[in-house]
Design a protein around this ligand. Structure first.
Ligand SMILES: Cc1cc2nc3c(=O)[nH]c(=O)nc-3n(C[C@H](O)[C@H](O)[C@H](O)COP(=O)(O)O)c2cc1C
Length: 207
């Protein structure tokens, strides 16, 4: 499957076969592919909770407008934005040093600029968490599609209640749910709805 084919054939699937399991290894494999998504300064502002048992999926469904696909999916990911992703800076610097981007003497400067950019700036932390998390989500869904899984992104959840039920700390914000599983063999998926064309949406050089 080429990337164009994956983009063209991925759909937000409304129904999942509840009898289909997914292994932890497969979720981790797909998540490690999604972790290759780009992020500002490579600070990787994402984390995720996997709901794979009937109990945890039911808990999630209750705070997500009772959407049946949540309990039918093989697993649900609660994608979280890490508002303190600047705390990854030291580890990120180690990788840059290992790979020859700069020497040990620039570690402190790199970490300082990450902290300077985000520490105490709630708006910027949140913007970056959503920006990075969105890129992670799309990468995950395309990787899953290539592997024969169906997915659905869900924004229909009550953020405060999700945080409360799943003990999510204030440093992390639920930004999207992703259902992963397999559509039932007899599922009738309606054709994809049209998109507004690039000709309409594109502004060349300035607005
Ligand atoms: C941020 C976001 C939130 C969404 N929330 C829901 C949702 O709560 N429930 C749902 O059934 N679909 C949800 N969707 C799926 C969209 O309706 C779907 O992606 C869109 O209609 C295009 O369909 P396609 O992905 O099959 O091309 C969401 C999609 C996105 C990207």
């Amino acid at each position: 499957m080429t990337i164009s084919e994956a983009i063209e054939t991925r759909r937000s699937i409304p129904f999942f076969d509840p009898a289909v399991p997914i292994t932890k290894e497969e979720i981790l494999r797909l998540s490690n592919l999604a972790n290759l998504a780009p992020s500002s300064m490579n600070l990787q502002p994402w984390e995720y909770i996997v709901c794979s048992t009937p109990e945890s999926k039911q808990k999630l469904r209750k705070v997500s407008y009772d959407q049946p696909k949540i309990t039918d999916a093989s697993a649900m990911l609660i994608l979280l934005g890490n508002l303190q992703h600047h705390l990854h800076a030291d580890e990120v610097a180690s990788s840059q040093i290992r790979n020859g981007y700069f020497g040990e003497e620039r570690r402190e400067g790199f970490v300082g600029s990450a902290h300077g950019a985000y520490e105490g700036n709630a708006q910027k932390q949140r913007d970056e968490a959503f920006r990075g998390g969105s890129l992670w989500a799309m990468t995950f869904m395309l990787a899953a599609h290539e592997a024969g899984w169906d997915t659905a992104p869900l924004g229909g959840f009550i953020s405060e209640q999700v945080s409360e039920v799943f003990n999510i700390p204030e440093t992390h914000l639920p930004i999207l749910l992703i259902a992963i599983g397999k559509r039932p063999a007899d599922a009738k998926i309606l054709p994809r709805n049209d998109r507004i064309s690039a000709e309409t949406l594109t502004h060349w050089e300035a607005w």
